[in-house]
Design a protein around this ligand. Structure first.
Ligand SMILES: [Zn+2]
Length: 367
């Protein structure tokens, strides 16, 4: 059996994944493990959505002074991050409920509260990124040409020499792009990476349009009724850029680092890899012993486990990581964990610098 589309496939199964899956299923079947994990997951929903609504309501109805407004803005940022990492991400992967419809409904928080289409996210993230992780042209997260070069097989350009400095600004703009033209452009193109994106119909279309209307209403229109336009513009830009930067960096630290593997469709066609091995070797965990960070980023510091078991609630990843690591060592699969956030950020920075310099003519390199 193979995973992937007609043009690019991976081999499924393999002893590493079979042993790992068996142990993970045994762990989840033990006592009330599943129930506890689900309760911890569901407990995050009222925190994320409640924090967002409370912060917004104080800003609009109480209209506190500058210090109070900044405090509320910080609440909106944290609420958005929790919604992005702990609610919509798990829901759009199908980790909250057994029924797809309920997962999509909770995943719609991406449309209403974050301003980007959950329908497009499921193709961009679940298909393009999760199936073709770190494959040039297929994984939209790692294909950012001509703005940045994130892997060796991509063509060098002179401006990439500075990408380790300017990319942080691009990360800040990512959410703004998806909130404005990103979704529409993807629907017009009909693809994300090399994955087909069909224009939504029926309830999916209603969710897309309704979500945009709700997001623009609470984030722009209602604030304009009580604050001067320049205040709304500045607050919106700060909110969107901070959320965007933290989201982008969190996802990039798992895949766009020195220790991760990168590949092209040609290389994969020549050597048909086991999908599970490909996922582990293109992904890196970070800060495994930081429960606060794990809670806030929704287990995205355990991305190896997330890529192998995306439908398992992230509240189980800390335990599953021990199973995956032990099996990886037994089966000779490269499993990398960054001890600290600083180490992970340093590796991302150095990877960007190396990719920017690689293949640039010597005169430029020395200049
Ligand atoms: Zn995911």
């Amino acid at each position: 059996m193979a995973i992937g589309g007609d043009r690019l496939t991976f081999a499924n199964g393999g002893a590493f994944m079979q042993d790992t899956r068996r142990e993970v299923e045994q762990y989840l079947a033990r006592g009330r493990t599943r129930l506890k994990g689900s309760l911890l997951l569901f407990a995050k929903v009222p925190v994320a959505i409640g924090l967002t609504i409370a912060s917004w309501a104080v800003l609009i109805f109480v209209q506190p002074g500058v210090a109070g407004a900044l405090f509320c803005l910080a609440g909106l940022v944290l609420g958005a991050l929790l919604t992005a990492f702990c609610v919509q991400h798990d829901a759009n992967h199908g980790a909250y409920f057994r029924r797809r419809r309920y997962n999509h409904l909770l995943g719609w928080t991406a449309d209403a509260l974050l301003g980007f289409s959950s329908y497009a996210w499921r193709v961009k993230h679940n298909v393009a990124h999760h199936t073709y992780t770190n494959v040039d042209g297929y994984d939209a997260d790692i294909t950012q040409v001509p703005f940045a070069r994130l892997m060796p097989v991509q063509e060098p350009r002179p401006w990439y020499r500075l990408q380790h400095y300017y990319i942080w600004f691009l990360y800040c703009l990512m959410a703004l792009r998806w909130q404005t033209v990103g979704d529409v452009a993807a629907f017009a193109r009909g693809t994300i990476g090399n994955s087909a994106l069909r224009v939504p119909r029926g309830w999916d279309l209603a969710g897309l349009v309704g979500g945009k209307v709700i997001f623009v209403s609470w984030a722009i229109v209602v604030p304009l009724l009580v604050y001067p336009w320049w205040g709304v513009v500045v607050a919106y830009l700060v909110y969107s850029m901070v959320v965007s930067l933290i989201m982008a960096v969190t996802f990039q630290l798992a895949h766009c680092v020195e220790e991760a593997d990168f590949t092209s469709a040609e290389q994969l066609a020549a050597e048909r890899r086991l999908w599970a091995v490909h996922e582990v070797e293109t992904t890196v965990d970070f800060c495994p012993r930081n429960p606060v960070l794990s809670w806030v980023v929704g287990g995205l510091n355990y991305q190896i486990e997330h890529h192998l078991f995306p439908r398992v609630p992230h509240t189980h990843y800390a335990h599953i990581a021990k199973i995956v690591q032990r099996n990886a060592e037994q089966h000779g699969v490269r499993y990398v964990t960054q001890r600290s956030l600083r180490a992970a950020l340093g590796s991302h920075f150095r990877h960007l610098r190396t990719m920017g310099r690689m293949g640039v003519p010597v005169a430029l390199e020395m200049g």
